[in-house]
Design a protein around this ligand. Structure first.
Ligand SMILES: NC(=O)c1ccc[n+]([C@@H]2O[C@H](COP(=O)([O-])OP(=O)(O)OC[C@H]3O[C@@H](n4cnc5c(N)ncnc54)[C@H](OP(=O)(O)O)[C@@H]3O)[C@@H](O)[C@H]2O)c1
Length: 314
């Protein structure tokens, strides 16, 4: 498994990370417990060293608890997200008091004296005005209770503000249908030494190219609310751009999509979202092992195809 530097943090992690939202059952529907265990263990066996979670993935922090139980702590890096208080309204809370309480609970579930990376979980722009929040993150870092902090950012403005506040890591959606925010941030990421976790690399499964335009989703699968029938049809048609690039080292559309993300050297890790160990194996196999993930002519063909198919990247 190839490794990449995490910006200025001094950490080095596998360029493929295991995300645990899908495994939690909250996002796409339930996953048997035994399959969750198998997928985490398989990730470790494959050499994945970065694991992405949140205190709200699974009931009562179930995914953090799983990772705490199954990961070899010395050989793995965990990034968890805090700032969602399911017992309050509004649910988002980034005050230093709340975050500290949430941090201690995560620390216990993850069974780590030092929680490697803490990310603020989808904060609003206004949350950045509270100096005490960032004072707390600095103190936790000074006391070696975290190694780095960052922000899971929902849009460009939040990401930009997080960089201004001195974050070490940004986690953002990045894939060949949704690339504009990350492309705009590119130079800033580099000059400030900010690591980038690219998530939703398959655009919630769409880019694997297995769906017909009539595909339907049902709650609690979050995709039930994501696209209306017309939008889904348009998206499925736009997949022609990826289909045209399948071949050679990229034998599937999933492979083209994953390699597009890995080809960007600003990406520190692609956060995968498998729902079982078979999907994980497919993703690792399709990702390739080293640059060029997509040869320059294929990348040029893909970008031209996306443009021709009306993909705007947002
Ligand atoms: N705000 C945030 O911080 C945030 C938000 C979203 C995600 N994340 C993190 O990023 C991770 C990944 O996010 P995501 O769920 O959006 O990722 P994604 O990779 O875009 O989508 C995951 C979905 O793709 C499909 N898939 C996965 N492997 C496949 C394979 N081998 N072949 C075909 N289809 C496959 C599965 O859906 P099917 O049911 O169709 O098989 C799966 O549920 C999450 O687990 C989480 O850790 C963070």
């Amino acid at each position: 498994m190839r490794k990449r530097q995490l910006g200025k943090t001094g950490l080095e992690v596998s360029e493929l990370a295991l995300g645990t939202w899908g495994l939690s059952g909250d996002a796409y529907g339930s996953v048997p417990d035994i399959e969750v265990d198998r997928t985490i263990d398989r990730a470790v066996a494959l050499g994945i060293t970065l694991f992405d979670t949140a205190d709200v993935y699974g009931e009562g922090g179930a995914m953090e608890r799983k990772l705490g139980k199954r990961l070899p702590a010395q050989r793995t890096v965990v990034a968890t997200k805090l700032g969602t208080n399911l017992d309050s309204y509004p649910e988002k809370s980034f005050t230093s008091e709340y975050l500290y309480m949430a941090f201690e609970r995560s620390q216990e579930r993850l069974k780590r004296d030092c929680v490697d990376i803490v990310l603020l979980h989808n904060p609003s722009l206004k949350s950045f005005d509270d100096d005490e929040t960032f004072g707390l993150l600095k103190r936790l870092k000074d006391e070696a209770r975290i190694r780095a902090w960052g922000v899971a950012a929902g849009n460009y403005a939040v990401a930009e503000r997080a960089i201004e506040r001195g974050c070490d890591v940004l986690e953002m959606a990045y894939n060949c249908f949704f690339f504009r925010d990350v492309k705009r941030l590119g130079l800033k990421l580099r000059s400030e030494g900010v690591a980038l976790f690219a998530r939703s690399v398959l655009s919630y499964g769409l880019l694997a190219g297995h769906w017909t335009s009539e595909r339907e989703f049902y709650p609690p699968d979050h995709r039930a609310d994501r696209w209306n029938a017309e939008e889904l049809k348009r998206r499925v048609e736009q997949l022609d751009a990826l289909r045209a690039c399948v071949g050679g080292p990229a034998p599937t559309m999933r492979s083209v999509a994953l390699r597009y993300v890995l080809q960007n050297e600003r990406v520190s890790a692609a956060v995968l979202g498998p729902r079982n160990s078979t999907q994980l194996d497919q993703l690792v196999r399709d990702a390739g092992r080293m640059p060029p993930y997509l040869a320059p002519p294929t990348m040029a063909k893909l970008e031209a195809g996306l443009l021709a198919n009306g993909v705007t990247g947002e």
